[in-house]
Design a protein around this ligand. Structure first.
Ligand code: 5AD
Ligand code: SF4
Length: 436
């Protein structure tokens, strides 16, 4: 039995959907009168975990262990997110330090679960209720210049390597009205950029219209200057959505469209439901609509059965698409997924070698993309401070980070000219400085 916590800390790992959930949990706890504190002295620490790869999942438990304090005490610990969903009751057996376990579809119940935990119980809620948790959450209050907004959750695609359909459940789209209300609240509290989120965001539908309609409606909200969305599945990339890239000025020229692998044989084993050819045709259409678009992707190396030739095919598709940015991973077998028990699992050293070669190629392309923009004028949205005094960092429409010396503050839109390119960022000067 402990006193009800007065202070809290939420730590999120993994994807942007977790970042969003973490913000909503913080808002919910704040609405209960609790205040934010550092992890090292908060009464309650929420670990909002990721289960996508083994390393991420293991990390959750070592992070729990690290919450023990020098004097032997510990905060109330809530295990949230996808590890909580996947492990449920088991999490309490794996770590005695965990006081409550709450899945991504149940966190609207956090306040009552915290009260139960404070009275000595160890509640677990990994339900995926039909009623929307969103209805039970307080209105958005807090946001920076760039805000996330979850519009769809879950996934019905069942790629054979992926835990998401199990941890996040079936795909559901939030109603358009709720999303627009949340977008208005975000814009009202200072967001100039909204990124629409969903594991399969481009499958969003309200029954009759798709994501393109939603984007057009959000573009009409006063104060929303930039719109992005992620992550998209190649088979849900409709012509209507592609058309929005041609004619909605607020829709940023950036598309995260994971291909995962460049060999049809592997794509089939992954149950990706697209081929190399259909993917490339989609990219071609997107580029026709918006020639300057930055394409980013996700790649998995070492999927079971991946041969040297299959891997070469992945390198080839990278050359063909010329990705501006990418995330790449070694295949990690996840319990309960079909690929985990497939024959021909790839040895660790082969995966290491392939990942290194893949990342070298991806780095070449992102550097080339960044170099091609050097010397050009663009507008950045300042989102954080740089390391040097007077230095700020902001994002271009193509999601590149630009370092610039300016007295502008976070949330300002600043006209710059880029002066130098690195693989993951650019240097720039104020356009006014350049003109002077
Ligand atoms: N192993 C490695 N990478 C994975 N991803 C998803 N599941 C796995 C796995 N089991 C990657 C995919 C996905 C990204 C979010 O994580 O590339 O697009
Ligand atoms: Fe996982 Fe595939 Fe769904 Fe993406 S589309 S969340 S990789 S199952």
């Amino acid at each position: 039995m402990t006193a009800l916590p007065k202070t809290f800390h939420v730590k999120s790992f993994g994807c942007q959907m977790n970042v969003y959930d973490g913000e909503r949990m913080a808002e919910l706890l704040g609405a209960q009168g609790m205040t934010l504190a550092a992890a090292s002295d908060a009464d309650l620490v929420v670990l909002n975990t990721c289960h996508i790869r083994e390393k991420a999942a293991d990390r959750a438990y070592s992070d729990v262990g690290r919450l023990r304090r020098d004097d032997g005490s510990k905060p109330l610990i809530a295990l949230a997110g996808c590890v909580a969903q996947a492990e449920g009751e088991e999490a309490k057996r794996r770590s005695k330090m965990i006081d409550l376990v709450v899945g991504p579809q149940a966190y609207h119940r956090l306040p009552e679960m915290v009260a139960a935990a404070a009275s000595g119980q160890r509640p677990v809620d990994t339900d995926m209720p039909a009623i929307s948790k969103f209805d039970a959450l307080p209105t958005r209050r807090r946001s920076g210049p760039s805000a996330f907004l979850t519009v769809a959750e879950g996934c019905d695609k069942f790629c054979t390597y992926c835990v998401v359909p199990y941890t996040r459940g079936a795909e559901i789209s939030r109603p358009a009205g709720d999303i627009l209300a949340e977008a208005c609240a975000l814009a009202g509290s200072g967001a100039r950029e909204i990124t629409l989120l969903g594991q399969n965001v481009n499958a969003w539908s309200d029954g009759s219209t798709g994501l393109d309609r939603l984007i057009r409606d959000i573009a009409r909200i006063e104060g929303v200057e930039r719109i992005r969305y992620m992550t998209s599945h190649p088979t849900d990339m409709t012509d209507a959505l592609i058309a929005a890239h041609a004619d909605v000025p607020q829709l940023m020229p950036y598309l995260h469209l994971p291909v995962q692998a460049g060999s049809d044989r592997i794509l089939k084993a992954m149950n990706r439901s697209h081929s190399v050819d259909s993917y490339l045709r989609t990219i071609e259409k997107v580029r026709l609509a918006r020639p300057d678009i930055a394409i980013s992707g996700d790649f998995i190396v070492g999927f079971p059965g991946e041969s040297d030739a299959d891997f070469q095919a992945t390198l080839s598709i990278i050359d063909e698409v010329r990705y501006a940015a990418a995330y790449s991973f070694k295949y990690s077998p996840r319990p309960g997924t079909p690929a985990a028990t497939m024959p021909d699992q790839i040895p660790a050293e082969v995966m290491d070698d392939r990942l290194q070669r893949l990342q070298a190629k991806l780095a070449e392309h992102s550097l080339a993309f960044n170099r091609a923009t050097v010397g050009k004028a663009t507008t950045i949205l300042i989102d954080r401070k740089g390391r040097l005094p007077g230095q700020m960092i902001g994002k271009t429409p193509w999601l590149q980070s630009v370092f610039v010396e300016t007295d502008a503050v976070i949330g300002d839109m600043v006209d710059v000219v880029t002066t130098a390119a690195l693989p993951n960022s650019l240097a720039g000067v104020l356009a006014t400085a350049q003109a002077a």
